[in-house]
Design a protein around this ligand. Structure first.
Ligand code: ADP
Ligand code: MG
Length: 359
């Protein structure tokens, strides 16, 4: 057998396609960078469903000039120093892959300014390998704008698929961005679309309020707020399950729909999970709570918006490149404790389902 060691440039292309899977991951990686840079205002603009471009503009710290050469290099990050830091990481990003991967699959331009140099700013252009190929002085207040254009120009199959399913892919991206809009208090997030005729529409806008309720209102609307109850409690998982590990406390904060909610319409599209403010996929938790809910209201699935707060030492977020899958230490115990508590909450509620819905 003849073995070939694939060249670095090809490896880069192969792995980049795993980090930037679609329009959703591209836009969420950029939003995460803005949030890690401490931004309180982020505007995301999709042109032609993201097929033409995705622009993410923030008022964060900006990027220092000394970092211009490194930021689009694969595995270059300002968020980790050594592997062990993964265990305590609080930033949304830490793998140093997003910008480098975006360069491999799209055209990348970055305009940035820091508080020390504003209103002077730099417009930076990067090549496919993430090398800085052009730098120009422009004007901008403190913050960063990343413009991604012609996404998947190096991955023809994916490009064709995106052209065919642009609208659907774009919808998926908006749903993912909604989860950040819901959980991030104090963030003014605007998501807008410009169609091929230049018409602009705003799809999502939060006010920057410090209250979760205000975010939920902005995303779901006043009608969508109906039937939702705030939850905020803490569980001691170690004490309840006599676990040997040190104290494992679980904070739970967010909203759940009460048991008299709903007309038999599926609410599974409104089930959002977060771990320490990071939007994640926890389908097993959704199923567990849906099972509990169904014992009270068999006509409906619950609306779930829950942020689980745990000491980072009990979480492994480094499972998939998109960091949406997480391993939780003592997951079964956490789930049992949560089910128990939610059962108590539902039991204390008026669970009568209006007769009109019992058809
Ligand atoms: P990671 O987020 O895992 O560090 P990225 O490839 O997403 O990796 O970003 C590389 C680096 O570029 C970041 O560590 C950060 O220093 C810098 N950076 C990217 N986007 C921004 C931004 N919007 N504001 C400030 N710095 C940024
Ligand atoms: Mg990042």
């Amino acid at each position: 057998m003849t073995l070939t060691q694939i060249g670095t440039a090809d490896v880069h292309k192969i792995t980049s396609g795993q980090v930037i899977i679609d329009i959703s991951t591209a836009s969420k990686e950029l939003l995460e960078n803005s949030l890690d840079a401490g931004a309180s205002q982020v505007t995301i603009t999709f042109k032609n469903h993201g097929i033409d471009s995705i622009e993410v503009s923030d008022n964060g710290t900006g990027i220092d000039e000394e970092d211009f050469d490194g930021i689009c290099m694969k595995h270059c990050t300002s968020k980790l120093r050594k592997f062990e830091d993964v265990a305590s990481v609080r930033t949304l990003g830490f793998r140093g892959e997003a910008l480098g991967s975006l360069c491999a699959v799209a055209r990348v331009d970055i305009t940035t300014s820091t508080k020390n140099i504003q209103p002077r700013a730099y417009k930076l252009e990067y090549d496919q390998q993430g090398n800085l190929k052009n730098k120009q002085t422009v004007s901008r207040s403190c913050g960063t704008t990343v413009l991604i254009s012609d996404i998947f120009r190096t991955l023809p199959v994916r490009k064709t698929d995106l052209m065919k399913n642009g609208r659907r892919e774009f919808q998926k991206a908006v749903t993912l961005l909604q989860s950040y809009a819901l959980v991030k208090v104090g963030l003014r997030l605007v998501v807008q679309h410009i169609d091929s005729r230049g018409r602009k529409s705003v799809l999502l806008a939060t006010s920057g309020s410090q209250h979760l309720r205000s975010n939920v209102l902005s995303v779901f609307g006043a009608n969508g707020m109906a039937g939702l109850e705030p939850v905020d409690f803490q569980l001691n998982i170690s004490a309840r399950f006599r676990l040997k590990a040190c104290d494992m406390l679980l904070g739970v904060r967010g909203y759940l729909s009460n048991c008299s909610f709903g007309k038999g319409r599926s609410a599974t599209d409104r089930q959002f999970w977060f771990v320490n403010g990071r939007p994640v996929k926890l389908p097993q938790f959704s199923k567990a709570l849906t099972d509990v809910y169904k014992t009270f209201n068999h006509l409906q699935c619950p609306v779930i918006l829950l942020d689980l707060e745990l000491d980072p030492q009990f979480i492994d977020v480094n499972v998939t490149p998109d960091k949406r899958t997480v391993f939780l230490h003592n997951e079964t115990a956490i789930m049992e404790a949560l089910k128990e508590r939610v059962t108590e909450i539902f039991s204390g509620q008026d669970m009568s389902i209006p007769k009109s819905q019992l058809t």
